[in-house]
Design a protein around this ligand. Sequence first.
Ligand code: CTP
Ligand code: MG
Length: 532
Amino acid sequence: HVSGSSAYAEVSTRKKTFAEVQTERLDQAERTVLIKCPSKLNEKKLLQYLSSHGDVKSHFFFENRGINALIEFSEKGSIASLQDAVGIPSASEHHVVPFKSRLFTFTLKNPVSQRGEEAPLHLSPQCHIPVKDLIEKLCLADSISSQMYILLDEHQLTEENIRLRFLACSLVRDFTCAYFPDSTVKPFGSSVNTFGKLGSDVDMFLDFGDTEKHATKMKKGPFEMEYQMKRLPSERLATQRILSVIGDCLDNFGPGCVNVQKILNARCPLVKFSHQPTGFQCDLSVSNSIAIRSSELLYIYGCLDSRVRALVFTIRCWARVHGLTNSAPGTWITNFSLTMMVMFFLQRRSPPIIPTLDQLKGLADEKDKHIIGGYDCSFVSDLRKIKPTKNTETLDVLLSEFFEYFGNFDFRKNSINLRKGKEVNKPESSPLYIWNPFEQDLNISKNVNQPQLEKFIAMARESAWILQKEDKTQQMIDKEPWGLAALLIPFGKSNSSKMKNRMKGIGSETIRSLLDSLKLNNANSQQKAVGK
Ligand code: CTP
Ligand code: MG
């Protein structure tokens, strides 16, 4: 049985390289099936039935338009045996497309006689609690640090959710393999970079294997043989054609693949779809090596020190509550940019909590070498080679320092560079400039406009001020949200008498920044009014 605790994922994946985790998870997903179950289910009987096809290594249940079971077999062959034994739905009302997937429906032939004695199923949650409930939980903690770990624990991906994400990729792979037998479909982005939140999309990419390695192998000996392949004027065109066909396949034949949208003219062409059986919104693109390197870099940072993920999840949740981020694309800061800002802040601590990218590159060995499109994207993959930090600051301190730091950052002049771990002069005039760590002339936050940046600065200042002025004991006595809980309530909602209390005894420095932030708020609303 899979342990319900998310700590399981951490223990089993700690110290493993990114590539090792990916390989293990993809292999596991290939041995996995998903079964829709009746609401009254005898768990033992289901497992008994399945074990006639092979050893069931692990399983769990979850709710998603009814009860579902994810079943991991020990051997891949068991799935073929199961597929041989299952029937095809009768075509009374609908005609079925005869694509045989690893998604099944389990029904009881005689539900009445079998009902009654079943023990209730344990259902593993696939989404996080609402912010309102989170705030209540946070109020019971004893420090801001523990509040931040509670938030992390509530929001992070669980072992079960990670398995479902890899299964979704593996099910898409069943289609891509029909055309390209060597292809794989792998998750990237927040599903694998240790910063994924329950409920976030699954970013997946189609990979055609290591074609370069293949080529050198074939060149040994006195002959040379190569495939005859269709030639197209550009890589982009090839990508668009492949994605177009795979998108059509998912749309026409994929069980539970709905709302398939081909967005082929984007800078990075992709197919968007909802995968109903797993409940995920998915973005499928074709292998983007640089995005995968960023995923691995963030994975390394996330594994190095427990404070890293706690701070990132906290900042992301804070940003969402205050409308600084939004699930729709637009001029606001993305979660990815926010994560990079937190990483940069952690590099700037003294002593630093995480190393710079150049330092990680210095630790790289021959097998870590990656040159992509002329850019050196090498960095160490073995986590054991990175010395732990000597920094012992608590998360209480780091949280308010984060708000102080970015509340006073000179965004007009400086840009954020994780490779150097230093503020450097902005190369162009985008309001917020965060260097893509691997493509040195790309700004990952190019979409952010001045009002959005100003809103971020104002919220950071307000938050720094709230943390600074807090009287935790008094707030607990008054049963008021304190610490992180107070930061997760939209600021406009605090009443004026509370404001007056807050104003007592604050230094001129704070008042100045408060006035600044009010000015910014004003500028913001004026801008909005003009926009109307
Ligand atoms: N990416 C990038 N440059 C950008 C945006 C995205 O390199 N300007 C890459 C990153 O590797 C990122 C991945 O694409 O992790 C997926 O992007 P996105 O889904 O926007 O971010 P996530 O990190 O997955 O965060 P979220 O949980 O918000 O989806
Ligand atoms: Mg994503």
